[in-house]
Design a protein around this ligand. Structure first.
Ligand code: 13P
Length: 256
């Protein structure tokens, strides 16, 4: 029998919170942390500056993991202002968000660059949380499945079956990010099933069934249970609502 896929509530703080605000949020979230079942995880993707502070608060908690929001695609060198995957690993960071749509758009990160970032992470034992998702114009053209499938192939299909088994995918339709407009659970399930079909075609069912696929885009306490209840939705990557401890705790509690 296959083991149950990980179900993951991931917070993406993006470029939010000052240091005192981080402390206050962690106090509310972790003083009485929600205890997790063995198939559940909470991931906190926080700005580089706060990684160590958050690491100290979660290191003794089962199932709570720390993520960076980005890393550089080269191993080391003259890249002022950048942070390498090896640096993150050496600080005890377990996960890294790769290819968020905000970085694809504002930093012009290409598929080729993202494939390199995935490699740098895996080389040092960091689990990439690989993001994909279409814009509103692609959705309106009806080509979203092809578009997202192409992103997944370009970023991940150079990996062996063993390597891809160690990653997490996050589907985040750009039109639903920060807009308050959530994909319906039917739209989310349809895309997640399509992504899993793309994975199955290349890697086989056993591998594809093990890869968690998170939904992101205006996930809130009020819609998390319905979204996470979909067969192929294995939790969420949460922006705005992860900055509110009460909201995020309810989102954690909505994991299946
Ligand atoms: P919101 O939850 O604020 O829509 O952001 C989603 C997101 O981009 C998470 O990475």
């Amino acid at each position: 029998m296959m083991t149950m896929r990980k179900q993951i509530a991931a917070a993406n703080w993006k470029m939010n919170l000052t240091q005192p605000e981080v402390k206050a949020l962690l106090d509310q979230l972790l003083t009485e942390p929600i205890s997790l079942q063995s198939h559940e995880e909470v991931v906190l993707a926080v700005p580089f500056l706060y990684l160590e502070q958050v690491r100290q608060r979660i290191e003794s908690l089962n199932g709570y993991r720390l993520a960076a929001q980005n890393c550089h695609q080269k191993t080391a060198g003259a890249f002022t202002g950048e942070v390498s995957a090896a640096m993150l690993a050496s600080m005890g960071i377990k996960d890294c968000v790769i290819g968020h749509s905000e970085r694809r758009e504002y930093q012009a990160e290409s598929d080729a660059q993202l494939a390199e970032k995935v490699d740098r992470c895996l080389e040092v034992g960091i689990r990439p949380i690989f993001c994909c998702g279409e814009s509103l114009s692609v959705r309106e053209s009806g080509k979203q499945n092809e578009f997202v499938g192409a992103q997944v192939r370009a970023g991940l299909f150079h990996l062996s079956a063993e390597s891809i088994s160690g990653i997490v995918i996050a589907y985040e339709p750009i039109w639903a990010i920060g807009t308050g407009k959530t994909a319906s659970s039917a739209q989310a399930q349809e895309m997640h099933a399509a992504i899993r079909a793309v994975l199955t075609a290349h890697y086989g069912k056993e591998v594809a069934e093990q890869i968690p696929i998170l939904y992101g885009g205006s996930v809130k306490a009020s819609n998390a249970a319905e979204l996470f209840g979909c067969t192929d939705v294995d939790g969420g990557l949460v922006g705005g609502a992860s900055l509110n401890a009460t909201e995020f705790r309810q989102i954690i509690a909505a994991l299946k």
